[in-house]
Design a protein around this ligand. Structure first.
Ligand SMILES: Nc1nc2c(ncn2[C@@H]2O[C@H](COP(=O)(O)OP(=O)(O)OP(=O)(O)O)[C@@H](O)[C@H]2O)c(=O)[nH]1
Ligand SMILES: [Mg+2]
Length: 799
């Protein structure tokens, strides 16, 4: 990346700038001081070079922390041009000695204090009589122990680890880090030998204020490392803990193998705040329906009041709504799970349950919604106030009142509520701006936005000041306004992932026009212009084709002034009429922005097409799709067979839903289940496919995550034999029928629906069903004693 940055047409001074904190829109307090200083210098604007005269050193000092910041172990990174990258992974490497109240230690080179300083500190600790802070065994190490450790550490070459205690990574399971490959197999102690390839962990702990050292985790442990890992070079891990006060724990690991370090950095990638600015992955779940209940009316003088169980309430819906006040998806860093409320269960006296609470997920204007892992766009939410029903809540289960019919006036059956649909969705924000400002880093894009609108983006004299896009509204008069987006700078190779620009280039997709700002103070501004155009083209030809105007900036500087005629001629030769301006003095900015507005007006047509989408688009089509899926017919199923386990899987969303809504606590449910299987043709289909004795039939969706979660009916040979003996007297039943009847009736195990493995175990219920043959109805059935007294009857005997 550093190689790409050092392309000749970027200001070398600007590139030499060191990291200075993480700039962001909201957090500019520290930067402002330096920013303002720069700005003031440049704002005098007699042709001068003051802006570039004093490139800050790319050293270990931090702009925000004064001169007291020192890197303890890590060499200073050279890709200083990406302040945000630098700050996130390496902030942990910084030790602010000023925080420790040890200002005298700042002067020490390499950032690590000498043993004498440690001794002084320890002496101070002892003098302060911080005995209560030093726990003899578990907590605080004694000074003698510290000294021993120091002696050993001094033997380590190159780095002074006088303040650390060493132990091998992996010796303590709690402290072990996955990043460090150290297969310590043997527990035997041996001396630390810095020359071998083993990995050590260096632990440093400070207590706040009094500097008490905690010994609890710092016991020296040495284990024999795996020699095979030594080729990777030694790894050290520094754990520095500042107890008390802020309770900040700094943790840093570094590996002497440079390649591994680079890999590590790559893995960390873009800082979360930037990643989450315009992308989010969110889990949404519609509310489950409430369960129906079995209840009977019992009143004085009404002995047989009949069924009165109410239905469960419908589950809450999930809505997506555009919130005009949001301009990023950052709020989803705090919360990504959205679950609508479940419907209440039904109650007696025919009381239906209440509906579950709806959940409205607010998104920024311009958010595109996809199902996770799929490219297909589900929704595009562009305008404030738009609301889309994403997932409808599950239907409430019916109570026993709903099952009352002429043939069954006393139904002892009720349904479970339907489960609400759940899904992971990916949100992507494409800012809805009319004009996008693009250009190389440090060209003056943010400065332009700040002078033409009320926006106050961070402005500073180093590349990648802008890490996240900024929006500003430019008002010409009451009727004519336009939204302008200032985007992070583009580097050569941005389309391949260099710099930051490509991360946010998609925000220009919705812009109708672009302003290309060129830094005129560079030696060859035309090359910069070409490079950025090329990047736009490489990223997306559509963006490259957008109408644009070129704004040649920094005309107040002599070199820019000198280069302007050449640049202008070159562009005119290509049919482009560039504008020149000085964003700082505001000269020419009005022309630039007016030209952009005119360009916008010309492209009104495109906007009108956009408008077309505003109104009649049905934003509830996702919910309609879900509903359609839920209403899938029950006789639409598939049968598959696993040879190894001799298992038949009957799958289908209608059937699955039916299984899920069956409440297995009621005996009538089983009967109904069997009837439904017969009616929807599962039985016939299974027989046709050749279901055999001993096979297992799983009805419902195949559960991949957990052990069996659906009703399983297994044929057992003994039971079947018994059944066959009994059925022998029933001449009208053919053997296949008996076989399959046995499949369903000799249910040996019923697993209920479950959401998690734990619940699954809890809910496992074994139901041993006895087999009985009803002579009257010539049926295999479960015994039902109550209806027929001592004699066994079948379900039809009840009616
Ligand atoms: N002399 C002079 N300096 C300018 C002008 N416009 C911007 N600058 C300076 O150039 C430096 C960079 O300005 P920014 O507006 O932060 O540049 P940018 O393109 O937004 O940079 P990134 O956000 O890092 O991509 C600042 O120090 C500005 O003060 C100008 O017209 N003349
Ligand atoms: Mg900027």
């Amino acid at each position: 990346m550093a190689a790409a940055i050092s392309a000749s047409f970027f200001s070398p001074q600007a590139l030499a700038r060191s990291r200075t904190g993480t700039p962001s829109r909201g957090n500019s307090t520290n930067r402002n001081s330096s920013k303002n200083a720069n700005f003031n210098r440049t704002s005098k604007l007699k042709p001068q070079r003051s802006t570039y005269k004093s490139p800050p050193e790319p050293v270990s000092t931090s702009g925000t922390g004064g001169d007291a910041t020192t890197y303890t172990c890590l060499p200073v990174r050279e890709d200083f041009s990406l302040p945000s990258f630098a700050s996130a992974p390496y902030s942990a490497a910084e030790v602010r000695l000023s925080d420790l109240g040890a200002a005298e230690n700042r002067k020490e080179s390499g950032g690590i204090r000498s043993s004498s300083k440690v001794e002084e500190e320890i002496e101070e600790v002892e003098e302060e009589g911080a005995a209560e802070n030093r726990k003899e065994s578990g907590g605080i190490r004694s000074s003698s122990k510290v000294e021993e450790a120091e002696e050993e550490e001094e033997e380590e070459e190159g780095v002074d680890y006088s303040r650390y205690e060493l132990y091998e990574v992996g010796s303590d399971g709690e402290e072990g880090e996955d990043d460090y490959d150290c297969d310590s197999g043997d527990e035997e102690e041996e001396e630390i030998d810095g020359s071998d390839g083993r990995t050590y962990q260096v632990l440093e702990q400070f207590a706040s204020g009094d500097g008490t050292l905690d010994d609890s985790d710092a016991e020296e442990e040495e284990e024999e490392g795996d020699e095979s890992d030594s080729s990777a070079g030694r790894s050290y891990q520094v754990l520095e803990e500042f107890a008390g006060g802020g309770g900040r724990t700094l943790k840093d690991g570094f590996n002497l193998d440079e390649n591994e370090e680079e890999d590590d950095v790559k893995e960390k990638g873009v800082p979360a705040v930037m990643r989450c600015f315009d992308r989010a992955k969110v889990f949404v779940k519609a509310g489950d329906g409430g369960n129906g209940v079995v209840a009977f009316r019992r009143e004085k003088f009404v002995p047989l009041g009949g069924p009165s169980g109410g239905d469960g309430g419908r589950g809450g819906n999930i809505y997506l709504e555009v919130d005009g006040s949001m301009n990023s998806l950052l709020p989803f860093r705090n919360k990504i799970h959205f679950r609508a409320g479940r419907g209440s269960h039904g109650q007696g006296s025919m009381m239906n349950g209440a509906k579950g609470e709806d959940v409205v997920v607010k998104v920024a204007p311009g958010t595109v919604v996809r199902e996770a892992g799929r490219d297909e766009v589900l929704l595009e939410l562009l305008y404030p106030g738009q609301r889309a029903l994403l997932l409808p809540g599950g239907r409430g289960g019916r109570g026993n009142t709903a099952f009352k019919c002429g043939s069954n006036k006393v139904p002892r059956i009720a349904e479970n509520g339907e489960e609400g649909t759940e899904m992971w969705i990916e949100l992507e924000l494409k800012l809805v701006a009319d004009v996008g400002i693009v250009g190389a880093p440090n060209a003056g894009k943010s400065t332009l936005l700040s002078v033409v609108s009320a926006a106050q983006p961070a402005i500073a004299n180093y590349p990648f000041t802008t890490l996240l896009p900024n929006l500003g509204v430019v008002s010409f008069d009451y009727d004519s306004t336009m939204v302008v987006a200032d985007l992070p700078g583009l580097l050569e190779g941005a389309h391949r992932g260099f710099g930051l620009g490509h991360e946010f280039l998609r925000h220009t997709e919705r812009c109708s026009a672009l302003i290309h700002v060129v830094d005129g103070s560079l030696p060859q501004p035309d090359l910069e212009f070409e490079a950025v155009r090329l990047e736009l083209e490489m990223f997306s030809p559509e963006i490259e084709e957008k109408p644009f105007i070129v704004a040649y900036n920094k005309m107040d500087l002599p070199e820019a002034y000198e280069n302007w005629p050449t640049f202008r001629k070159q562009l005119q030769a290509r049919g482009i009429e560039p504008f020149c301006m000085s964003a700082v003095t505001r000269e020419g900015t009005r022309e630039v922005i007016s030209a952009a507005y005119e360009l916008l007006q010309k492209n009104k047509k495109t906007e009108t097409e956009f408008e077309g989408r505003k109104d009649p688009e049905n934003l509830n089509h996702v919910a309609d799709m879900v509903r359609k899926q839920q209403r899938a017919p029950i006789n639409d199923f598939e049968i598959s067979y696993e040879n190894e386990s001799k298992t038949w899987h009957v799958t289908g969303s209608g059937l699955q839903r039916f299984v899920q809504m069956t409440n297995w606590r009621y005996m009538d449910s089983e009967r109904r289940f069997q009837h439904v299987l017969e009616a929807c043709g599962v039985n016939k289909a299974l027989l046709k496919r050749g279901v055999k004795e001993g096979d297992t039939v799983i009805v419902g969706e195949v559960c991949t995550g957990y052990p069996a979660t659906h009703p399983i009916f297994q044929l057992r040979s003994i039971e079947l034999e018994e059944a066959l003996c009994g059925v022998g007297q029933m001449a009208s039943m053919d053997l296949n029928h008996i076989l399959f009847a046995a499949t369903l009736l000799f249910a040996s195990t019923v697993y209920q629906q479950c959401d998690s493995p734990r619940q699954c175990r809890r809910q496992q219920q074994q139901q041993q069903l006895e087999v009985h043959i009803c002579r009257k109805h010539r049926k295999l059935t479960t015994p039902i004693k109550e209806s027929t007294g001592d004699e066994m009857g079948c379900c039809d005997c009840i009616i």
